[in-house]
Design a protein around this ligand. Structure first.
Ligand SMILES: [Zn+2]
Length: 90
């Protein structure tokens, strides 16, 4: 995704804007990263250049937790332990 997309993205749950962007891999566009809502502590993966802004009921922990685990050294501890809808606490 392009960085400028952040100007229009809002949290699908509470419509909060602006959201926080974490970039893990970037070439012409952001390839892998995380979008964090500072309001509800939800995190959304950017995978293969696509930001996945899905509501909780459409998300699967089996797909999202491995992504969080892969990048956890670069994710703020608060999100790793208390992020929604899934986290790595315990
Ligand atoms: Zn939110």
């Amino acid at each position: 995704m392009k960085r400028t997309l952040m100007e229009i993205l809002a949290c699908p749950i509470d419509k909060h804007h602006p959201l926080t962007l974490l970039v893990f891999e970037e070439k012409d566009e952001i390839i892998e990263g995380l979008i964090v809502c500072p309001e509800c502590h939800r995190w959304y993966p950017i995978r293969d250049e696509i930001p996945e802004m899905l509501p909780d009921e459409l998300r699967k922990d089996a797909e999202d937790l491995p992504f969080l685990k892969k990048w956890k050294e670069q994710v703020p501890e608060d999100i790793v332990k208390n992020g929604k809808p899934f986290n790595l606490k315990g």
